[in-house]
Design a protein around this ligand. Structure first.
Ligand code: A3P
Length: 285
C-alpha cells in the first residue's frame, strides 16, 4: 500500500488519506458483517450521496424530520469505508443505513450472502466532474487543480478518487438484475422527487402514507437541505472544508457542465465516454 500525503492507494483505487486508512478500507471490504436488513446508499462522489442520506433517513423516520434536524448526516448514514466506520456501525441498531463510494469489487464481501438492499445513484459524469472540481477547491483532503482543463484531465485519469466514473458505474451495473439492487438517476430525481421517493419506499418495503411521503420530499429538497446544518456540512472544521472557498450545496442542477466545458473539452469527453460505455445502455437528460 502506498500512502501519499493526500491519498492512499488501496488496491487499484486512490482514496483521500485524511478520512480513510488502510485499516478502515480493509474493514469495509473484508471484515464488515452485513445484516439482512442493512440498506446501502452507494454513489460515485458528487452524484447525490447526501441527498440519498437525507431521503433514507426521512423514509426510516416515516417522514418525521426530527432525526435529520438533530443528527449529522454522516452519523445517521455513515460511510462504511471511512475512519470510524467500524465504531459507527458495529453497535448501530438495525436497520442500519450505510453510505459508500466503494467500487463494486471493493464492496463488503459479506453483502452477497445476505438479503441486504443497495441503492446506486448515477449522475451525468460531466456534471459530476464540475461538482467535484468545485468540491476539490474547498475540501482540504482533495488534490486541487485550479485550471478546469487540468481537473478534467485528472477526472478522466485513474488517479481520480475512487477510480474513474466509467469503471465505477460499469462495475455496479453488473448488479442491475439483482432484486436487492435499485438504480436511481440524479437527473430523474430532480424531475420527479416524489415519484422516486415512492419507488424507493416500494423497493425497501416501507409503507408511508401521503403526508409522510410529502414530508420526505419537502425535507429532502435542495433548499431545505442547504439550510439544514445537520446536512450542509457547515459544522465541518476548516481543516477539512474551507468554507471561504466554496459550499457543499452549490447549485444542485442538471446540465451545469454546459457552463464549464468548452466545445473541445465536450468532444474529448464524449469520445472517451462512448469508448468506455459502448456496451452500456444509459443516457442523461
Ligand atoms: P453541485 O455541486 O452540482 O451543486 P454528493 O452528496 O454525492 O457529494 O453530491 C453533491 C452534489 O449534490 C452537489 O451538486 C449538491 O449541490 C447536490 N445536492 C445535494 N443535495 C441536493 C438536493 N437536495 N437536491 C439536488 N441536489 C443536491
Amino acid at each position: 500500500m502506498e500512502v501519499t500525503n493526500k491519498y492512499i492507494q488501496y488496491e487499484d483505487v486512490r482514496v483521500p488519506g485524511g478520512v480513510h486508512t488502510v485499516e478502515s478500507l480493509n474493514y469495509a471490504w473484508k471484515e464488515f458483517e452485513t445484516r439482512d436488513d442493512d440498506v446501502f446508499n452507494i454513489t460515485y462522489p458528487k452524484s447525490g450521496t447526501t441527498w440519498l442520506q437525507e431521503i433514507l433517513s426521512l423514509i426510516y423516520s416515516n417522514g418525521d424530520p426530527t432525526p435529520v434536524k438533530t443528527t449529522f448526516s454522516w452519523d445517521r448514514v455513515p460511510w462504511i469505508e471511512q475512519h470510524g466506520g467500524r465504531q459507527h456501525l458495529e453497535n448501530k441498531p438495525s436497520p442500519r443505513l450505510i453510505t459508500t463510494h466503494l467500487p463494486f469489487h471493493l464492496f463488503p464481501q459479506s453483502f452477497f450472502k445476505t438479503t441486504a438492499k443497495a441503492i446506486y445513484t448515477i449522475r451525468n459524469p460531466k456534471d459530476v466532474c464540475v461538482s467535484l472540481y468545485y468540491f476539490s477547491k474547498y475540501a482540504q483532503f482533495m488534490e486541487c487543480r485550479e485550471d478546469f482543463q487540468d481537473f478534467v484531465s485528472l477526472f478522466l485519469s485513474k488517479d481520480i478518487i475512487f477510480g474513474r466514473w466509467f469503471e465505477h458505474v460499469k462495475g455496479w451495473l453488473t448488479m442491475k438484475n439483482n432484486p436487492n439492487f435499485l438504480i436511481l438517476s440524479y437527473e430523474d430525481m430532480l424531475k420527479d422527487l416524489k415519484g422516486n421517493v415512492i419507488k424507493i419506499c416500494k423497493f425497501l418495503g416501507k409503507e408511508l402514507n401521503d403526508a409522510a411521503i410529502d414530508s420526505v420530499v419537502e425535507n429532502a429538497s435542495f433548499q431545505v437541505m442547504k439550510d439544514n446544518p445537520m446536512s450542509n456540512y457547515s459544522a465541518v472544521p476548516k481543516e477539512f472544508f474551507d468554507k471561504e472557498k466554496g459550499k457543499f450545496h452549490r447549485k444542485g442542477i442538471a446540465g451545469d457542465h454546459k457552463n464549464h466545458f468548452t466545445p473541445a473539452q465536450e468532444e474529448e469527453f464524449e469520445r472517451i465516454y462512448k469508448d468506455c460505455m459502448k456496451d452500456i445502455n444509459i443516457s442523461f437528460a
